[in-house]
Design a protein around this ligand. Structure first.
Ligand code: ADP
Ligand code: MG
Length: 268
């Protein structure tokens, strides 16, 4: 380091430490000395130096925060909204997903429901939106309906259902995948209802199902419970119905798959 640089850094080091702490920007703090040296060596303009510093912090935030939240969300796979093939899934307007991708629904505490037969992209779209939310700074948790119920049943048996629901309320977005593949026992249906009610107008859900709402009575073993749940779920929700053949069977000459679009639970 030159004498001049050492004098300058002695003057501003403490200030930088304070300011980067105030900004919660530790990567920026760590990057400044090395970037400053390079800037001096390579005669960067002030603007170039500032851009390089900010770039470090932005990349760190994108990778750390986003990555950490994505890992914590426990998505079953990595899927990007950008990779969704709208030419294959003709029932879906690109703009509808682009709009959801802005995450206004999370801010507004609204829900998204994807309905449709297997392989039409419900899980992919849920993951894609969930990852977007993670990258935008929201905490997300992903699980299947059966996994959510198992988790709530554990909490219930330990007498900590309410604390668990309160804890989950701190997540702006929960994804409940695969409602309908496995019918619920009455206790499970009740726990599921509590989860949906606890989040109503407080935080968002993305729910996917292979069954139209008209058949949720069968899933929950009770038409009244199903109706009350659907009521809360869709009051503030974007409901998207996907149609068509399974993307999994694309380009595979299997002929028609018998009844796959109706009851995969019985024909997995
Ligand atoms: P679902 O949850 O509706 O059963 P998935 O979202 O799991 O279906 O989709 C099945 C597979 O096909 C996944 O690997 C998914 O990424 C892919 N897929 C489905 N639809 C599309 C699409 N329109 N464009 C690209 N990939 C798709
Ligand atoms: Mg799925």
């Amino acid at each position: 380091m030159t004498g001049k640089a050492a004098t300058a850094s002695r003057d501003v080091t403490g200030e930088l430490a304070f300011l980067t702490r105030a900004l919660k920007a530790p990567t920026l703090r760590d990057a400044v000395p090395r970037l400053a040296e390079r800037a001096r060596a390579e005669s960067w303009t002030h603007e170039e130096f500032l851009a390089a510093c900010l770039q470090r912090e932005v990349s760190a935030r994108e990778s750390h925060g986003g990555e950490g939240r994505i890992r914590a969300a426990r998505f079953p796979a990595r899927k990007a909204l950008e990779d969704f093939d709208y030419d294959y899934q003709r029932s879906l307007r690109r703009e509808a997903i682009a709009h959801l991708g802005t995450l206004d629904f999370v801010t507004a505490r609204e829900n998204v429901v994807f309905l449709g037969p297997p392989g039409t992209g419900k899980t992919m779209l849920s993951i894609g939106l969930g990852i977007r939310a993670c990258q935008a700074g929201h905490r997300v948790l992903f699980a299947t309906a059966a996994e959510w119920v198992a988790r709530l049943a554990d909490a219930h048996h330990d007498g900590r259902l309410q604390p668990e629901l309160l804890r989950l309320a701190r997540y702006p977005l929960l994804v409940i995948d695969e409602v309908g593949y496995i019918p619920f026992e009455p206790e499970a249906a009740n726990l599921f209802f509590q989860l949906v009610s606890a989040r109503y107008e407080r935080a968002s859900l993305i729910v996917t199902s292979n069954k139209p709402f008209g058949r949720w009575g069968e899933v929950f073993g009770d038409d009244v419970v199903a109706a009350a749940m659907i009521d809360r779920l869709v009051h503030h929700a974007e409901v998207i119905s996907l149609k068509g053949d399974s993307y999994r069977l694309k380009n595979r000459d299997l002929g028609r798959i018998p009844a796959a679009s109706h009851d995969p639970g019985e024909n997995p």
